[in-house]
Design a binder for this molecule. Structure first.
Ligand code: B12
Ligand code: SF4
Length: 471
């Protein structure tokens, strides 16, 4: 059997009872399709789906059978740190001669530490479309060297090298990407049919997640600077060469939806809503309606939108579509300190009412023990939740705010009165701290107190408290 050119290996977090980070990074199918378009043989192996389809699945056997010439392991979401690093180690054991390359947001933040591991050869920082094509030429065609690949951190016998991180996805390359096409994923039917991501709190409407979902965005980047977000404007300066937002061409976006529907998608889960993008997203919605595509949507509003835009979302998708808002807390002062696109409680209530009257269901996310928050602030959140429940039909979720690497608080914890529990790669690998905890403490809350405060808010909302590993 001939060798596979490139194998992506997605490793979800597995805590013994449930798998998390089952949704691959949005970019992975597109990267795989891009390499395939260059004539490479490519597959995506999903280490969460494989054992569900075939209980006798063994990663060592799969690697030996596929015998890839290049192994690509996403480390995008920090909860998958241990799973991704262990996967890389297993690949090295099963195929000692195969170069192993990591990429994604968390990999970018810890690129040098990861590239120092004996079983990792290189890490792509930031956007990877062009870097990966160049890397494939080096490894598969023997053309050029690692030193020519933008955004690459790599290791050879002489030590660690860090190339300039200057490449970010451009409009032209974006036009040729296929984010909705899963043809290179093994067992894609099982992937699509499974409820992959249960983002709403246990007991809330929709908390079991949504099967047959497509995860697609109209672009990437953000213009806001939420202090806790690893994809914020300032975090992106660290994690990619992008400034501002990049909007994908409408034709490409329509193709994404067509591909997703062809794979069986019934729900569109989209989370890309900077206000600067809304006119463009509106054109995407027009095109979806013009195509006569029937989908339910879960739409994250990053801040309240004008009524006409809410109406556009509502009339594009079927009944039962959900508008998601994340006010985070009841205190407007805390919200202003932490959120880039802040808004008042009255604006939130108005946005919920408008969304509901347009025919959307609404879901609101809150947290507790947020940086700079006091006990009195948490009481204010309880009062806002009570008001939302009294005045609207919105569902409520309360989760701790996990401190992801790369964001403003992570970079400067003292400024926010925070002590980081997880700071180094090793801390994320070992999941240091209270199980299920947010990875930080504040002047007012320990990790356990943050979890307890979240459970108290959940109880006030009539929902069960946090389970041991819920995140
Ligand atoms: C859309 C989005 C979602 C969507 C879709 C996520 C997905 N599967 O990609 C949904 C709503 C499902 C979601 C869920 C979660 N999200 Co989210 N999400 C975002 C958001 C808003 C945009 C992401 C985006 O635009 N990606 C596009 C680009 C940047 O990524 P990409 O194309 O997938 O990948 C490129 C590179 O990273 C790289 N790359 C990626 N993988 C690989 C692999 C290899 C081998 C290589 C070489 C390169 C490479 O190349 C790609 C192409 O250029 C960001 C915030 C932001 N503004 O960025 C948060 C963000 C990514 N999410 C985050 C988190 C933590 C989560 C959750 C874990 C939250 C939770 N506790 O449940 C879950 C995980 C769900 C899952 N995977 O099962 C964090 C990640 C921080 C971190 N490093 O850990 C972010 C940054 C927000 C934050 N809180 O800071 N999210
Ligand atoms: S609005 Fe805030 S949380 Fe959402 S992507 Fe932008 S910076 Fe991150």
């Amino acid at each position: 059997m001939s060798r596979l050119d490139a194998l992506f290996i997605h490793a979800p977090r597995f805590d013994g009872t449930r798998r998390e980070v089952m949704v691959m990074p949005l970019g992975v199918p597109a990267l795989a399709n891009l390499l395939a378009r260059d004539g490479r043989t490519v597959e995506i192996l999903h280490l969460g789906i494989e054992p569900e389809v075939d209980p006798s699945f063994s990663i060592a056997r799969a690697i030996k059978e596929l015998d890839p010439r290049l192994a690509l392991v996403p480390l995008h979401f920090n909860p998958q740190t241990r799973a991704a690093i262990d996967a890389a180690r297993w690949v090295r054991q099963a195929a000692p001669g195969t170069p192993i390359v990591l990429g994604g947001l968390t990999a970018t933040v810890f690129a040098r530490d990861l590239a120092s591991l004996p079983f990792v050869d290189a890490v792509v920082r930031g956007d990877a479309e062009e870097p990966l094509r160049r890397l494939a030429r080096v490894i598969l065609d023997g053309e050029g060297s690692f030193a020519d690949v933008p955004n690459l951190v790599w290791r050879d016998a002489t030590g660690l090298h860090q190339n300039e991180a200057r490449w970010a996805l451009d409009h032209e390359t974006a036009g040729g990407l296929e984010h909705g096409n899963l043809r290179l994923l093994r067992h894609r039917e099982a992937y699509v049919a499974r409820a992959l991501y249960a983002d709403f709190s246990e007991g809330a409407d929709g908390s079991a997640g949504y099967p047959f979902a497509a995860y697609l965005n109209a672009g990437r980047g953000c213009t806001a600077d939420c202090a806790y977000c690893g994809g914020s404007r300032s975090a992106q300066l660290l994690t990619s060469a992008r400034t501002g937002v990049l909007l994908y061409p409408i034709e490409k976006l329509v193709n994404d939806v067509r591909d997703a529907v062809a794979h069986g998608a019934k729900t569109l889960r989209t989370c890309f809503d900077p206000p600067e993008a809304r006119a463009h997203v509106g054109r995407w919605l027009d095109a979806i309606r013009a195509e006569g595509i029937t989908l339910r949507a879960i739409y994250d509003f990053w801040l309240p939108a004008p009524r006409a835009f809410i109406d556009d979302v509502a009339r594009t998708f079927t009944a039962g579509s959900v508008a998601v808002y994340s006010p985070d807390c009841g205190s407007e002062a805390v919200r202003r300190r932490l959120r880039g696109y802040a808004y008042s409680n009255d604006q939130l209530l108005r946005a919920i009412a408008e969304s509901e009257s347009a025919g959307l269901s609404v879901h609101c996310f809150f947290g507790a023990g947020l940086p700079t928050e006091t006990l009195a602030d948490v009481d204010e959140t309880a009062r806002l939740i009570e008001r939302v429940q009294r005045e609207t039909g919105a569902g409520i979720s309360v989760t701790p705010m996990f401190l992801d690497p790369g964001n403003a608080i992570f970079r400067d914890p003292e400024r926010y009165g925070v002590r980081l529990v997880r700071r180094a790669l090793k801390d994320f690998y070992e999941e240091r701290g209270t199980p299920g905890g947010p990875g930080y403490e504040t002047e007012h809350f320990t990790e356990s107190e943050i979890l307890a405060a979240c459970s108290r808010l959940l109880a006030a909302a009539g929902l069960p408290g946090l389970g041991p590993s819920r995140r």
